[in-house]
Design a protein around this ligand. Structure first.
Ligand code: FE2
Length: 256
């Protein structure tokens, strides 16, 4: 089971230390690579004031860099480089923004479909952190896409593909070999922190925990869409967060 398994076992037996000042909950993460903080362009923050609140809450949690990943999913969220850039600049130039010491970068969460593959072919994908591209699949309809070929197309163009929230694709919850296969194709896997709190459901929580225990997770992200999600993140089992903090790989592949 490896290091994570050992840590999970240790966390169950460890005693909580009393008295020591606690560091911000997510300071070990440093970077949030999945969220919907940009105002008014998808199902995330509705306006600049809410986005500023997001940034303040990130600061409280100890996160110093946020990569905004607004949805690009046609026709539901028909964003492109222009709409994302515009929302990013609106937030960056907002009154009071300079007082919040959190760095903001922008990229996207791409829905994998023909439109996305067309963007890849035309070299119009917006990566972050030296080539990372965050992509998602349908949550409800089983994907029959050739994930090996898609990873290959991205890797050939020197992108590094990350699959968002693998634990949320319930059609794979009974096919754990799929996650190993995705990794062998070149996909990194990004876990949603809220899955660990059971926010999406029991199955997602169980798959999330199993993926962590098996050392299959490369990145964690919040996938925060609204202010109440910060409370969900704060409700995650503290000992579980402590084990994440001690793992050696998660989010450390990033050079942002
Ligand atoms: Fe998302």
């Amino acid at each position: 089971m490896g290091l994570l398994g050992d840590l999970f076992r240790r966390s169950k037996t460890s005693e909580t230390s009393g008295g020591a000042p606690s560091s911000p909950l997510l300071d070990w993460m440093k970077v949030d690579i999945h969220n919907h903080i940009l105002p008014g362009i998808d199902d995330g923050s509705p306006d600049v004031e809410t986005s500023l609140q997001f940034l303040r809450k990130y600061h409280e949690l100890g996160i110093s860099t946020v990569v905004a990943t607004s949805h690009i999913r046609h026709p539901l969220f028909p964003n492109d480089k222009g709409t994302i850039r515009e929302a990013y600049e609106r937030l960056e130039s907002a009154p009071g923004r300079n007082e919040i010491p959190v760095r903001l970068l922008h990229s996207a969460e791409y829905f994998i479909d023909d439109h996305f593959l067309d963007l890849v072919m035309r070299d119009e994908v917006m990566p972050f952190g030296g080539g990372y591209v965050l992509a998602e699949l349908s949550l409800s309809n089983r994907s029959y896409l050739d994930m090996e070929q898609i990873a290959g197309q991205l890797i050939d163009r020197e992108f590094r593909p990350i699959l968002a929230h693998p634990e949320r694709y319930l059609y794979w919850s009974k096919s754990p070999e799929m996650f190993h296969r995705l990794k062998s194709y070149g996909w990194s896997l990004q876990l949603n922190l809220m899955s660990l709190a059971g926010y999406y459901g029991k199955i997602e929580q169980k798959v999330a925990t199993t993926l962590l225990q098996e050392g299959l997770i490369d990145f964690v992200g919040t996938d925060i869409h609204r202010l109440s999600h910060f409370d969900v993140v704060r409700s995650i089992d503290k000992e579980l967060l402590e084990t994440l903090k001690q793992t050696y790989l998660i989010n450390k592949l990033l050079t942002i």
